[in-house]
Design a protein around this ligand. Structure first.
Ligand code: PGA
Length: 250
């Protein structure tokens, strides 16, 4: 059965003390047995947060990005080999902020996904359309294309280590959420794409998360949709109480 996942994305928020405090609160919290919590932590805090949360078996740590190469003269970058050597299990790739502000193309993301998987990392792979594409009615095609270019050549075994996050860009950090029906429609489309590309088993087993202004007040309804297996949460994951409520919204 596919996993129910509440993933937080801390983005570039929190100083060290705040990050440790938040991690400690989650480490000490009781998480429902059927829910997997993933914390997407800034690089510099990864190891400290991993050590603090290690005792809580329901919590896993994720990086928010990694390079497509294993090593090299790339000042300021972090490779999947480095993450693996620190025993970080997950990495978020293809977040719309990386695509938009750092020019990460679907072709580059294909390389990043490959490099992460080759190093034994699990990937939360993000897709999602901008507002103009949604308004033009081309959102399904757009997202399908993102998937096609970056992940269609993976094997069924590779797909065991992929979680997909559908995040409509117009809903990220805007307070505007996709309706549960809009989310379900896209998740269903993504699952049928997985079915066509990788077969029934992968389609059935791959967790597909919704992201974009998930909060305690809407999580239950969104997570209740048939093809929604959880959320990738930005703003509301920065506060213990609100993310804990989301974790308990399945
Ligand atoms: P948000 O961010 O929950 O603040 O909209 C979601 C994300 O960017 O993953």
């Amino acid at each position: 059965m596919r996993k129910k996942i509440a993933a937080g994305n801390w983005k570039m928020y929190k100083n060290f003390e705040e990050a440790i405090e938040l991690a400690t609160s989650f480490a000490n919290s009781e998480i429902p047995e059927d829910v997997t919590v993933i914390l997407g932590v800034p690089f510099v805090y990864l190891k400290s947060v991993a050590v603090i949360t290690a005792a809580n078996k329901r919590i896993f740590i994720s990086a928010q990005n990694s390079h497509d190469k294993n090593e090299g003269a790339y000042t300021g970058e972090v490779s999947p080999v480095m993450l693996k050597s620190m025993e970080i299990p997950f990495v978020i790739l293809g977040h719309s902020e990386r695509r938009e502000y750092y020019n990460e193309s679907p072709e580059l993301l294909k390389l990043k996904v490959r490099a992460a998987l080759d190093n034994g990392l699990k990937v939360i792979f993000c897709v999602g359309e901008p507002l103009l594409i949604r308004k033009a009615g081309n959102h399904e095609q757009y997202v399908k294309e993102q998937l096609k270019i970056s992940i269609s050549e993976l094997s069924g075994d590779d797909m065991k280590n992929i979680v997909i996050a559908y995040e409509p860009i117009w809903a990220i950090g805007t307070g505007e959420t996709a309706t549960p029906e809009q989310a379900q429609e896209m998740h269903k489309m993504i699952r049928s794409y997985l079915n066509e590309t990788f077969g029934q088993f992968v389609a059935k087993e791959t967790s597909i998360l919704y992201g974009g202004s998930v909060k305690p007040s809407n999580a239950r309804e969104i997570f209740g949709q048939e093809d929604v297996d959880g959320g990738l949460v930005g703003g509301a994951s920065l506060d213990f109480d609100s993310f804990y409520e989301i974790i308990n919204a399945f």
